[in-house]
Design a protein around this ligand. Structure first.
Ligand code: HEC
Ligand code: HEC
Length: 367
């Protein structure tokens, strides 16, 4: 900022002294020679997953997504340039991480478990466990300044990007800015959001069966699991899962209390969840329903990472969980036997998909 003002002053002085025709301030148009030809990108999404809503003011473009990928994997966004978004959202862990609660750059652990970013572009009812960010563009601004995450100050981050040897040109190609001085945190967030919308997993066995691709069918065990999951057959007990983890995306993206916290009153919730954001008493203890896709990669589970494996999760649901205010009516003692629990697990594992991990477009551009 100071450099910019200084140069403008010199520029004006020069004009005043020599009476030359206006000198174009080089700082102000330093990117104008770089071509800006946005190429729009349409995501290849199978029909059964529905449409992803993309904001009109942030259409997906090839260069926007690519810039987002660089920024996502670049520790430049953190205070001491050591931690990137990918530090807590690792591709090999389904874009989550393996700690119960993630650690930021100061070595402090946050209060919550990192969330998987797989298919996050479909999530239109708020982001974070409590849904406090309305969309990906708003969400991306948060971790950078969170003191126990990336602990940076946006104006400093933006300065680092402006003086970087490559980013100004990339911002030009992505957003058509004419000078590096036009880089803003909002453009950083837009690029990150574009990249995040491309984090798709649509090649699981479940997806192949939905698309009727020849050669794919459920085993008998998986079929029993499906029936349990969706309360699908009169002769099979109801496991009630689909009320909250609906089929296809496996998350309704709504907020529920699934009985994992112990509390007599709403004040006693260790984590108030959505209630802490909305203040509505009916939201206390509720959390965003996470996706069950690629669940094996992203243990531990729940907002506080309390369960280390799927068996513990299933045992929780089978036992009916803990009583607390706002517990959902679909959480009660299920009394499933071991065969049924195994079948439920087998069905959930049909949502496993390793193809996204090998997709070069989702991997770090730095190695
Ligand atoms: C220190 C670890 C850490 C870093 C670094 C981090 N995140 Fe996260 N992320 C988390 C945690 C923990 C949550 C859940 C926090 C909560 O609910 O309060 C989360 C939640 C999210 C969500 C919400 C997902 C959903 O389904 O609602 C998105 C999107 C996200 N992060 C993207 C990013 C981006 C983009 C960056 C980089 C700018 C980033 N994260 C950096 C740990 C991290
Ligand atoms: C009332 C809604 C509801 C029902 C019914 C429900 N869930 Fe959940 N599920 C949630 C919520 C909310 C969370 C996150 C809770 C938290 O972290 O505090 C969750 C978390 C999970 C997780 C952990 C995911 C992760 O990434 O941490 C798994 C696995 C899971 N549920 C599986 C199931 C299965 C299997 C069933 C059926 C037996 C089921 N759920 C029934 C709402 C529900």
């Amino acid at each position: 900022m100071y450099i910019y003002v200084f140069l403008v002053v010199i520029g004006l002085t020069l004009v005043a002294c020599d009476e030359d025709p206006i000198v174009i301030n080089p700082v102000n148009n330093d990117l104008i020679d770089i071509p800006f030809n946005p190429v729009s990108v349409t995501l290849d999404i199978p029909f059964h997953l529905g449409k992803m809503v993309i904001p009109e003011d942030n259409p997906l473009t090839k260069d926007g997504i690519e810039l987002g990928r660089y920024l996502f994997y670049d520790p430049i966004l953190s205070g001491d340039s050591t931690l990137s978004c990918a530090g807590c959202h690792k591709i090999e862990h389904g874009f989550a991480d393996l700690t119960a609660t993630s650690m930021g750059i100061t070595g402090q652990n946050g209060k919550r478990n990192s969330m998987s970013l797989i298919n996050v572009g479909f999530s239109n009812t708020g982001l974070f466990w409590d849904g406090r960010s309305p969309n990906l563009e708003a969400q991306a601004l948060v971790p950078v300044e969170d003191p126990i995450e990336m602990n940076a100050y946006w104006p400093d981050v933006v300065e680092k990007l402006k003086s970087h040897s490559e980013y100004p040109a990339m911002f030009r190609k992505a957003f058509g800015i004419e000078s590096s001085s036009k880089i803003t945190k909002e453009l950083v967030a837009k690029a990150l959001a574009q990249f995040e919308r491309t984090i798709l997993s649509t090649n699981s066995k479940y997806d192949k069966i939905q698309q009727e691709i020849p050669g794919y069918k459920y085993t008998d065990e998986e079929l029993l699991g499906l029936a349990l999951f969706i309360d699908g057959e009169p002769l099979v007990p109801d496991a009630e899962c689909f009320h909250c983890h609906n089929l296809n995306l496996t998350s309704s993206s709504l907020y529920f209390n699934n009985g994992i916290q112990i509390a007599e009153t709403i004040e006693e919730f260790k984590d108030p969840g959505r209630g802490g954001f909305t203040g509505n008493i009916l939201d206390y203890g509720t959390m965003k329903v996470p996706s069950l896709r690629n669940i094996l990669f992203s243990a531990p589970y729940m907002h506080d990472g309390r369960f280390e494996n799927l068996d513990q999760v299933l045992e929780h649901y089978n036992s009916g969980g803990h009583h607390s205010p706002n517990i959902n009516a679909n959480i009660y003692k299920l009394n499933l036997n071991q065969e049924e629990l195994d079948a439920l697990k087998a069905f959930i594992l049909t949502f496993q998909d390793t193809s996204f991990m090998n997709n070069p477009a989702l991997k770090s551009p730095f190695n």
